[in-house]
Structure formats: structure tokens, C-alpha cells
Design a protein around this ligand. Structure first.
Ligand code: ADP
Ligand code: MG
Length: 356
């Protein structure tokens, strides 16, 4: 199904013909065969984190792992899904609410265990728009949040948590780089005490994608081999948040920055770039895309936000939920491939001026 930097993912089933699902069909699995070049301890961290999370609350369930001819494979339950671009522009506010709720449920669950996913993006949240079910996958960059002394900040007495924290310390794993277009200021500038706020920001970027019907939102060079924590990473944010706010957050994180005078000074209103307008959605978006990580909304708080808790009528277009609605058109297939591989794009001073 997929060839990534970590390994290859196959779809498969057991040879046992009695391994059937509730509809009497052969059960399907996703098998992630990890390249032998990947350090075994890294794979162990991913497995231990998955074990800790126990496949609950829309988090992928690790069924088993095995080693064959020196290659480790991880076996997961197969999740039916559609590519993000097939529903990005067709989702109404109700659909977006269901998606975000499913995603934040997973983020809240992992944050309760002190786990930071670090690579939340549409291709790592497998979503079926027909059944409105989603699954958070790919814990290859995930970490247990630790304090300055390497001690877990949550469930410090749990044996699995302790084991993961020890491995992280041994391997000097802390604040690994995810996909830059989904990273918040504190991650782009390598602030040391990162938390689940990193994941909340990434969810905010996806939320903005839906409301603005644009993808990607922030186009940042992800191919660089060196970590490249420089202030230039924050430049695409200036178009949305304004240079005054960017200077302020950079300063808080220990950087001074010079931004060309002609660039926008103040933040823009969400309604200027969003095609779907809703006050509660904009309020939640503000709180998720809060530049200061210490003020950013927590995952469990986000789940209680009026955007989710208010009783909604079907106020938007009354869309028929048919599978055909989510067929990928040829031009979208092209976009999907290129958006998965972030590439260097020339800096566009106002990326929101042009239509998607
Ligand atoms: N449980 C699953 N069910 C269905 N497809 C999956 C599952 N896990 C992974 N995949 C497919 O494999 C792709 C890559 O998996 P992922 O774990 O994200 O690996 P990588 O580290 O290479 O990104 C996913 O985008 C998805 O298409
Ligand atoms: Mg992935």
C-alpha cells in the first residue's frame, strides 16, 4: 500500500480461512515491514508506546510484531479510509466537526499517557468519511514527554512508561522533527520542553485546511537533512499572524528576528481566508493555533469547546453521504502525491491571495 522512509506497508490477511470479521468476510490487516537499517531500539519505542496506548480512542491497535529474515514487521487492524483531498473541499461544517472530534479524541487519549505523537498530519489519520471513523497511526516519531532530568511528566511509576523514558535517554531522543508544515513555533525553534501542545497545533493546521479548503497550509522545506532550526521557518506564519506576533513569540523562545518592513504587521482575520465561516469554529481555531504553547488549548479542553458541545442542527449544505462523493479525481491524485512529499517552494509573500 505504501513505501515510506521507514518501511513498506502491505495489506494482508491470515492464511486461516476462519479469521473472519462480523460480516463473515476475511479480516484484513496492515503490515508495516520496517527497513533493516532502522535502529531496533527505535522500533521498540514505537511498539512500547503502542502497547501503552492499547488501541483505544481512535488510536491504532498493534496486534503483534514479528521478525522475519532480520526484518521487523508490525501488524495492525486494517482501517478503511479515503485520501484527504477527496473530502477536503466537500466537507461541510458537520463533517468537519466529526473529523476533528475523532482526531482530538485520539490526541486527548495519547496526551493522558504523556505521549506526544509529533507527526500528526492527514496521511497519519486514516479517516473514512462514509462511516465518520478515524484512526491515528504512525507512532514512529512519538515520544514520552519528559522533564529536564529525563523523568516522565505523566505516569512516572508505570513500568512501560519508565522503560520508554530510559530508552529515550539512552538514545538521546528528544523533540524529534516531524513534518515542518504541521510544526508549531516551539518545535520549529527546538524549544526544549515541548508537550502535547505540538500535536494540538498540528490538529489546528488540519482544521484550518478544512475551513480554508486549502492544502497544504504552510509549505515548508522538509527535505533538509540537517535539522535547520532557524527563524526563517517562521516566515510563512507572518502572512497569517502578522510580523508583530511572530517577533514576540520568537523573542519568548530566545530569538531576535528581522522581518522585511513591507510584510504584514498584524494578524489577519480567519474569515478573510476561510471559505466556511463559523464563530465557534474560529474561536477554537484561534485557541489551537495559539503561537504561545503555554496558552494553547489542551486536547481535553478542546473536546469540551462549544464548537463540539453545542447542539447543532444540520445548518450547512445537506450532503448525501455516498461513497461516490469521495472518489479521487485524477488531478487530485497528482496533488495527493506531491503534498505527501514536501518540497522546497519559493517563498510566496501572500500565499492566500491566490485560490487553491
Ligand atoms: N492500520 C492501517 N490500515 C490501513 N492502512 C494503513 C494502516 N497503517 C498504515 N496504513 C497505510 O500505510 C501508510 C503508511 O503508514 P505509516 O504508519 O504512516 O508509515 P510511514 O512511517 O511510512 O509514514 C498510511 O498512510 C496508510 O496508507
Ligand atoms: Mg506516515
Amino acid at each position: 500500500m505504501h513505501l515510506g522512509s521507514y518501511g513498506v506497508v502491505f495489506k494482508g490477511s491470515k492464511k486461516d480461512s476462519k479469521d473472519l470479521d462480523e460480516n463473515g468476510k476475511q479480516k484484513q490487516y496492515a503490515v508495516k515491514r520496517i527497513f533493516p537499517t532502522i535502529n531496533a531500539a527505535f522500533i521498540l519505542i514505537e511498539m512500547l508506546i503502542l502497547k501503552l496506548l492499547n488501541g483505544e480512542n481512535n488510536v491504532t491497535d498493534l496486534i503483534c510484531g514479528y521478525r522475519l529474515e532480520g526484518q521487523v514487521s508490525l501488524v495492525f487492524k486494517y482501517q478503511k479510509s479515503k485520501p484527504f483531498l477527496t473530502y477536503l473541499t466537500t466537507f461541510n461544517l458537520d463533517d468537519i466537526r466529526k473529523y476533528m472530534l475523532a482526531l482530538l479524541k485520539a490526541v486527548s487519549h495519547i496526551s493522558n499517557y504523556g505521549v506526544i505523537h509529533r507527526d500528526i498530519k492527514p496521511s497519519n489519520f486514516l479517516y473514512d468519511p462514509v462511516t465518520h471513523t478515524g484512526l491515528l497511526i504512525d507512532f514512529g516519531l512519538s515520544e514520552i514527554q519528559v522533564d529536564q532530568n529525563g523523568r516522565p511528566v505523566k505516569l512516572a511509576d508505570n513500568e512501560t512508561v519508565k522503560k520508554i523514558a530510559d530508552l529515550q535517554k539512552k538514545l538521546k531522543i528528544k523533540n524529534r522533527t516531524g513534518t515542518k508544515g504541521y510544526m508549531p513555533p516551539e518545535a520549529l525553534l527546538n524549544y526544549q520542553q515541548q508537550s502535547s501542545a505540538v500535536d494540538v497545533w498540528a490538529c489546528g493546521v488540519i482544521f484550518l485546511s478544512f475551513l480554508a479548503q486549502r492544502h497544504p497550509i504552510f509549505s515548508l522545506n522538509n527535505s533538509s537533512k540537517i535539522k535547520n532550526f532557524t527563524i526563517s521557518n517562521l516566515i510563512p506564519f507572518v502572512c497569517l499572524f502578522g510580523q508583530n506576533n511572530i517577533k514576540e513569540i520568537a523573542f519568548k523562545l530566545g530569538y531576535g528576528c528581522l522581518i522585511p518592513e513591507e510584510m504584514q504587521k498584524e494578524r489577519i482575520e480567519w474569515k478573510e481566508i476561510c471559505k466556511i465561516h463559523d464563530d465557534k469554529a474560529f474561536d477554537l481555531l484561534n485557541r489551537m493555533l495559539e503561537l504561545d504553547h503555554s496558552k494553547r488549548i489542551k486536547p481535553e479542553e478542546a473536546l469540551k469547546h462549544p464548537f463540539f458541545t453545542q447542539n447543532y442542527q444540520n445548518q450547512s449544505r445537506n450532503n448525501e453521504q455516498s461513497a461516490e462523493r469521495y472518489q479521487l479525481q485524477p488531478y487530485q491524485q497528482q496533488q495527493q502525491t506531491s503534498s505527501n512529499q514536501m518540497h522546497l517552494e519559493q517563498y510566496n509573500p501572500n500565499p492566500f491571495a491566490a485560490n487553491c
